[in-house]
Design a protein around this ligand. Structure first.
Ligand code: LRH
Ligand code: MN
Ligand code: MN
Length: 388
């Protein structure tokens, strides 16, 4: 059996980063259902994130998305974060919501558009300097819709040039995290469609470039845990964008659609040293809450990651290795399934109580009166930037 106090210690040390856009109004291309009390600016998004951290104790970092979170004074924004007990997490660049980007951003055939996209990425590094953020997170919507539309290799070359320039601009303690996604909005050939492409670019760039695995960005049936194990082994797993999907890039709450997949992924994280701070894996959420209340949904998502983490930490590793080495197929599988079947909610309640938190974070949030306060005080909440 795994050492219970070591498991508790690891759960206490875990950090889960929440996305600023999860706090704003969002929807699909069909409809955005506005909710009362949503934040009107990035300062209020941070105030909501502070509620998630207060309830869970493990969510002090908040990812920003530029320009959705553009402000005059980033120093003031990070000071506000610090006053709330928070830190600015990854800076997510956005080179996909401008007329100019119809044919791509950094891979666009027109050098003027490429320069504009690159300037935005460099601006994001300036924002990292001003906020103390460690990670620049890049996702490119670039790609083509029709065979022959553009030259696949030329686009890779343009991508590589842009990434090199941004990489060269990073400070010593800053990293570039490159996301991949198999399709959408480009439907024929996406320029960074898979982990192999992202990995190859990161490898060429150097040690401060690593891959982000967004759990919603794969074809159905993809073995994401294999990708995670491989990247960790190579020192190239920069982090996760956690969410759940039933069909494509659904952005639903992590652990909601397939908690067993989340367990399998985190089992590889545990087995390859990915929970150690020096591994540098950022555990981020990338979700939107279109129809459910946002803050409690984010608290639930944090708890879902914690529950899956607790289960993988409970895997009896020596018994697993012994069964694997003995070729005991069913025995090895049983060791893993035993951990998965464990109800870890009492253990997590204990960890929270020992940290001076309410054992039930959602109930604590509901009892705190924040939901009523923001409905009363905020009118005309901002859209997350999604589904306009
Ligand atoms: C793209 C993506 C990427 C964006 C975020 C809002 O689908 O996952 O991480 O920055 O959505
Ligand atoms: Mn993402
Ligand atoms: Mn996505």
């Amino acid at each position: 059996m795994a050492d219970r106090s070591a498991v508790k210690e690891a759960l206490r040390a875990q950090r889960i980063e929440t996305p600023s856009w999860g706090y704003g109004n969002s929807g699909t291309r069909f409809k955005v259902f506005a909710q009362p009390g949503v934040p009107r600016d990035p300062f209020e998004k941070l105030a909501d994130a502070a509620q998630v951290h207060a309830a869970t104790g493990v969510a002090p970092k908040v990812s920003l998305h530029i320009p959705w979170d553009r402000v005059e004074d980033y120093g003031a924004l990070s000071a506000h974060a610090r006053e709330l007990g928070l830190e600015i997490g990854a800076i997510n660049a956005n080179v996909f919501q401008d007329e100019d980007y119809k044919l791509g951003s950094v891979t666009h055939p027109d050098p003027r558009v490429r320069r504009k996209a690159l300037d935005h990425l460099l601006e994001c590094v300036d924002i990292m300097d001003a906020t103390g953020s460690r990670d620049l997170k890049l996702w490119f919507s670039d790609g083509t819709n029709y065979p022959g539309q553009d030259d696949i290799s030329a686009r890779q070359e343009r991508l590589s040039d842009a990434l090199s320039e941004v990489y060269g601009r990073l400070g010593d303690d800053q990293r570039m995290l490159l996301e991949y996604k198999l399709f959408e909005p480009a439907f024929y050939a996406t320029d960074v469609p898979d982990w192999g492409t992202a990995y190859a670019h990161c490898l060429r760039l150097g040690p401060r470039a690593a891959v982000v695995v967004d759990t919603g960005h794969h074809a159905p049936g993809t073995n994401i845990e294999f990708i995670v194990a491989f990247l960790l082994r190579e020192g190239k797993l920069g982090g996760f964008d956690f969410n759940s999907r039933f069909y494509a890039d659904d952005d639903l709450m992590v652990g909601a659609a397939d908690p067993f997949q989340l367990f399998r992924i985190l089992h590889e994280v545990a087995g390859n040293g990915g929970f150690a701070p020096e591994a540098g894996v950022a555990f981020m959420l990338d979700q939107c809450h279109n129809i459910e209340a946002k803050i409690p949904a984010i608290i639930r998502s944090v708890m879902n990651v914690q529950e899956a983490t607790a289960k993988v930490l409970l895997v009896d590793r020596p018994a697993l290795t012994a069964a694997q080495n003995a070729g005991d197929v069913l025995g090895a599988n049983e060791v893993l399934m035993d951990a998965y079947a464990t109800d870890v909610r009492p253990l997590l309640a204990e960890v929270r109580a020992e940290a001076g938190l309410d054992p039930n974070p959602v109930a604590a949030y509901r009892a705190g009166g924040w939901a009523e306060k923001i409905v009363a005080e905020r009118a005309g909440g901002a859209q997350a930037g999604w589904g306009a």
